[in-house]
Write a protein that binds this ligand. Structure first.
Ligand SMILES: Nc1nc2c(ncn2[C@@H]2O[C@H](COP(=O)(O)OP(=O)(O)OP(=O)(O)O)[C@@H](O)[C@H]2O)c(=O)[nH]1
Ligand SMILES: [Mg+2]
Length: 319
């Protein structure tokens, strides 16, 4: 047998791509942070649509409302024939109670309930070939732009969250800090995360080649991303830009000299989307699964949240 004959198995990547195009994929993001930091606004800024409309808000000009419940909303987004079922889980801001003890627990419960529901389906004798993936792939964690340091409660919440989900920290409402204050605040947060051994996403891997390492370093340098959210658009030099009007001018959220929003969006959609999904399955879900298998008490349902998303809408990714 001549091993040098072309047999054609290099087409496997195209075969996989075809299957992938047919099936589409799920991407689930949760937003966590103190109340009023712009979580709901940021969702609409990233995905350019009024994805969160759970309280009957119809236009961007209506004032935003306080989120009162953990609300998953699923949208079908399509770009160049690739279909994504995007679920955004908006959460009420924590830390607005007199006693904030355990205020993170409902969010942790939501995340582990999705793992539990996946595990139940996976372990069922008549399991589906394709289990709907409601596991949370990414947690955007909003830090208040105080310019000082992380609050003790933030550190506590981050400690719990990083055990169960990929956490991407962002400095919210970065327009309230000068560029110098922002850079100093970023440095301070990096130091605090390192000091408290809080391991945020992305993680280094043994499989990383030189290009992966360079990309990882770029993201580490940018983390925590300083972001500005807005649902409004303005005319600047004949161009329509998404931004915020201040007395001294307009902040263009997509201008990288104004904030890191564009880097965050590219990171979430262009460079790390697949890795976020994979890391969730191979690291966070595996840890949960291992804990359940080794101590069945952990597997008992504590669920207050159904795995199924609450709403579906068709959104064109191009808008
Ligand atoms: N200056 C500034 N204001 C912002 C920004 N993002 C949102 N806001 C404003 O902050 C207010 C609260 O925004 P929301 O998006 O409702 O905040 P939230 O974090 O979802 O609030 P809760 O649901 O109560 O937790 C609104 O008036 C927004 O217009 C930002 O980047 N900069
Ligand atoms: Mg909200």
């Amino acid at each position: 047998m001549n091993l040098n004959n072309y047999v054609g198995f290099d087409t496997v990547t195209r075969q996989i791509e075809r299957k992938f195009l047919k099936r589409g994929f799920n991407f689930n993001v949760i937003l966590v942070g103190e109340t009023g930091l712009g979580k709901s606004t940021m969702v609409n800024t990233i995905f350019s649509a009024h994805l969160i409309d759970s309280k009957g808000r119809k236009t961007a000009t209506e004032p935003s409302r306080k989120t009162v419940d953990i609300t998953p909303v699923t949208h079908l987004v399509e770009e160049n024939n690739v279909k994504m079922r995007l679920t955004i889980v908006d959460t009420p801001g924590y830390a607005d109670q007199v006693n904030n003890d355990q205020c993170w627990q409902p969010i942790i419960n939501y995340i582990t309930d999705q793992h539990r529901s996946y595990l139940e389906r996976e372990a069922s004798p008549s399991r589906d070939r394709l289990i709907p993936d409601t596991r949370v792939h990414c947690c955007l964690f909003f830090i208040s732009p105080s310019g000082h340091s992380l609050k003790p409660l933030d550190i506590e919440v981050l400690r719990h969250l990083t055990q169960v989900v990929n956490v991407v920290p962002v400095i919210a409402k970065a327009d309230s800090l000068t560029p110098e204050e922002r850079a100093a605040f970023k440095r301070r947060i990096k130091d605090e995360l390192a000091f408290h051994r809080i391991n945020v996403y992305p993680y280094a891997s043994d499989e990383d080649d030189a290009a992966d390492k360079a990309l990882l370093q770029t993201v580490k340098d940018l983390t925590p991303f300083s972001v500005v959210g807005s649902e409004q658009t303005f005319e600047v030099n004949g161009q329509t830009v998404r931004g915020r009007r201040h007395r001294w001018g307009i902040i263009n959220v997509e201008d990288e000299t104004h904030c890191d929003f564009i880097h965050l969006r590219d990171f979430l959609t262009r460079t790390h989307l697949h890795d976020l999904v994979e890391t969730t399955a191979h690291m966070h879900y595996e840890t949960f699964r291992y804990q359940c298998m080794s101590s069945p008490a952990n597997a008992s349902p504590a669920s207050s949240h159904p795995a199924a998303p609450v709403a579906e809408a068709m959104t064109n990714g191009a808008n």
